[in-house]
Design a protein around this ligand. Structure first.
Ligand code: HEC
Length: 177
């Protein structure tokens, strides 16, 4: 009996999702799911572009690497998703960053805990090591050039339009001298 009830429950969830993907996304529902998405560049354009046919949960429930997301977005374009190349790039960057497959550095087999020398790293290194977008990494380098070396994580957080949580996530590895 209990079992049957559970089956029924999961069936109706499945059915609900099916119906939901088929119908135009009801705005209220879509907004609930989008509230949990990290506020970062690319979020708005992703929501705008990718909720035309289905719920954003199609995306937020997934983890794919950059190639996987590229393939998915290409498939969506085939279905009729439309945006400028630049917007698709922003979407790709956003979903790869937040819905990607990033094994935490600690998992890298036997690798010594790499320090992130924030005052020496190039924009490209900052992108890889801190998971910054290109624009954020450029902002860090720009700020560093204008204001001199960072001394603490709080200095880093003064860089405009960079999500401070990204620095927090690596606080143990940040090295300032
Ligand atoms: C023109 C309609 C349309 C738009 C716009 C659209 N999709 Fe889809 N999407 C679909 C359809 C139809 C499916 C289900 C069929 C399938 O899985 O291939 C789907 C399924 C998905 C899935 C689950 C299947 C998979 O391949 O992982 C993901 C993820 C996804 N879409 C991501 C996106 C993203 C990201 C965007 C924005 C760039 C987007 N969609 C915009 C039509 C669309």
């Amino acid at each position: 009996m209990r079992h049957a009830k559970q089956m029924l429950a999961s069936l109706s969830i499945g059915f609900g999702l099916l119906m939901f993907s088929a119908a135009a996304a009801p705005a209220a529902y879509a907004q609930d799911a989008t509230a949990t998405m990290p506020n970062a560049p690319g979020k708005d354009v992703t929501i705008r572009t990718c909720t035309k046919c289905h719920a954003i949960t199609n995306i937020t429930g997934q983890h794919k690497d950059s190639d996987g997301w590229t393939a998915t977005i290409t498939k969506m374009v085939g279905y009729g998703a439309s945006a400028s190349d630049d917007e698709f790039q922003q979407i790709l960057d956003y979903v790869t960053k937040y819905y990607g497959v990033n094994p935490p550095p600690a998992d890298a087999a036997g690798a010594a805990h790499a320090k992130i020398v924030v005052n020496k790293e190039t924009a490209a290194q900052l992108t890889t090591d801190l998971g910054l977008t290109d624009a954020e990494a450029a902002a860090v380098v720009d700020y560093r050039t204008k204001n001199g070396d960072f001394k603490t994580i709080d200095d880093l957080k003064k860089v405009p339009s960079v999500d401070g949580k990204k620095f927090d996530a690596h606080s143990a590895d940040l090295q300032f001298s």
